[in-house]
Design a binder for this molecule. Sequence first.
Ligand code: KIV
Length: 267
Amino acid sequence: MPSWTATRIRTLKGASPIVCVTAYDFSMARIVDEAGFHLVLVGDSLGMTVLGYETTLPVTMEEMLHHTSAVARGVGNALVVADMPFMSYHSSISTALENAGRFIKEAGADAVKVEGGKVRSRTISALTQNGIPVLGHIGLTPQSLLAMGGYKIQGRKPAEAKQLLADAASLDAAGVFAIVLECIPSELAREITAAVSVPTIGIGAGPHCDGQILVLHDVLGLHGAAAPKLKFVKQYAALGKLAKDALLNFKQDVEQGSFPSAEHSFQ
Ligand code: KIV
């Protein structure tokens, strides 16, 4: 059991900011946990960040289970949340229960994340009533990319804002322990945060949420030359450049015969 359980994270609403980030493997998960984050999301963003797909749509249950197990092995204190991939919870409630159960039983996750609002509330109720903590996710939901017609800020029009408020209320009623708000105007995020009983976790949703989450590769500058330019991201390091420079130095040492030296050789 992690020290940051879903119920404990819920109690942080209005008391202390909730800090969350994605991770996809053992070593990074261990670093995130050592840094004292409350929640580690094994996001289906791994489709792009580590598997090289163009979107999250092709990500499979098996890929998510594989990476979730690795992350769970690296984490001791944070809550490990597995992102349910596209079409793993859509066809029926029993499919959703079966797949969410696999994340808990086989991969060691502590909770799952499900995209969507009111339309998913029956599924989410079934999960929470069967003992699986759920993190909701509304606003820009990347698994609905085709239906949304691209990655666009959501909730700018009054009707969209009203729908998002209703979605947040139905997730709250369905028993989620927190709700991710992605790419919505700050004032709408403030309104939703005030309206629901559970914490909101923002990504591109401004400063009024109860917590914040970013994608690990964006925070650490781990993308190569093709780094996406996203207004809501603050990059705290340039590890991609550091890694490339280190590899160029290693390559040069080998080419020039200066590695391995006596220091790195057995006598
Ligand atoms: O997949 C992911 O990384 C996410 C976060 C951006 C919230 O859903």
